[in-house]
Design a binder for this molecule. Structure first.
Ligand code: APR
Length: 318
């Protein structure tokens, strides 16, 4: 059986950890592309990972490169290129630099892998998904942001820790932008199928929701030199798996929403069915008044960011 071709752009912390999970789960052949001053860094990481394969028992061709020709006709392309946050920075502070990097990466992908499902990880996430769509001209089904799987993973981990139960038994859903205004949905969170609102007090749940919103900043504050990568990479690998195995996962992803949820042409996190070809369906669920108000605030934050990005582009900073 032909293996899927999975390209990861950016061989830093998130990119190389994603390559690790993807290879270890035998999701396909892996190409890691970066443009480091030393030139050979991606090849070094790829060889090192390949040399782990006899120990873990996975089969995959793993190539590190600086040349997009090696990535041609990928089935999935993951974009992790860009700068990461340092303490005191918000994801939005990365906008100008990463819009430029993600724009140039998108030009290359459009030429070399026009059929690829593109999973965007670089921040500020929702604006970067919009940038990839603008530059590649790909249909919206093909361009998906990784944010909700990570944010719900944090939410689920904190709920499980509070209840003292397996993280596997906690499920959750979340809406909105990948920032301080994200909307973890208490109405959709369950432990062993039991609504968490029946198991934890309102105060405890509010603290968990806030810790989820601040989840990225908490890690940045601890690491001091960069931002989270194990959980973001694990979340990304799960999305790659959903696509290459056509698993039809019902998970939150950042996608271009038009009429859906009345968003009107911006990329935000919503529940989707993810499988071969990318987003197969956006699922619309009724929101209570508080959730709807919070979602609207979150969409406004994303719109503001996209407007700033567009002004930067028009002012020919690029
Ligand atoms: N093409 C390819 N790779 C690039 C480019 C480019 N144009 N520009 C930068 N890179 C590479 C860098 O050389 C570096 O190896 O992107 C990599 C980024 O790695 P890190 O600095 O370790 O950052 P990381 O923690 O992986 O985060 C990357 O993902 O989660 C987001 O907010 C995070 O935007 C950040 C991105």
């Amino acid at each position: 059986m032909k293996r899927s071709k999975i390209t990861i752009i950016g061989a830093g912390n998130v990119g190389s950890t994603t390559a690790h999970w993807v290879a270890a789960a035998e999701l396909g052949d892996v190409i890691i592309l970066d443009i480091p001053p030393t030139g050979t860094m991606p090849a070094g990481k790829a060889l090192d990972l390949f040399e782990a394969s006899p120990v873990f028992g996975f089969d995959a061709t793993i190539i590190g490169t600086t040349d997009y020709a090696d990535t041609a006709n990928s089935d999935v392309v993951v974009i992790t290129a860009g700068i990461a946050r340092k303490p005191g920075m918000s994801r939005d502070d990365l906008l100008a630099t990463n819009a430029k990097i993600v724009g140039s990466v998108s030009e290359q992908i459009a030429k070399t892998s026009p059929k690829a499902v593109v999973i965007v990880v670089s921040n500020p996430l929702d604006a970067m998904v919009q940038r990839v769509l603008q530059v590649t001209g790909f249909p919206r089904e093909q361009v998906i942001g990784q944010a909700g799987v990570l944010d719900t993973a944090r939410f689920r981990a904190f709920i499980a820790a509070e209840l003292g139960i397996s993280t596997e038994d906690v499920s959750a859903m979340l809406l909105g932008g990948h920032g301080d205004t994200m909307v973890p949905l208490l109405s959709c969170a369950a432990a062993g199928g039991i609504p968490v609102t029946q198991l934890l007090s309102k105060e405890k749940l509010e603290k968990i929701v806030q810790r989820t919103r601040d989840g990225g900043a908490e890690i940045v504050g601890l690491l001091k030199t960069g931002s989270a990568y194990y959980a973001p990479a694990a979340a990304t690998a799960q999305m790659v798996e959903a696509v290459v195995k056509n698993k039809r996962r019902l998970i939150p992803c950042a996608v271009l929403c038009e009429k859906e949820y009345n968003v009107g042409g911006f990329c935000v996190g919503v529940p989707v069915i993810l499988g071969s070809g990318g987003v197969q369906k956006i699922i619309e669920i009724p929101l209570n008044a508080e959730e709807a108000a919070n979602f609207s605030k979150s969409v406004d934050a994303v719109k503001g960011l996209v407007e700033t990005m567009e002004k930067l582009i028009v002012s020919q900073i690029y």
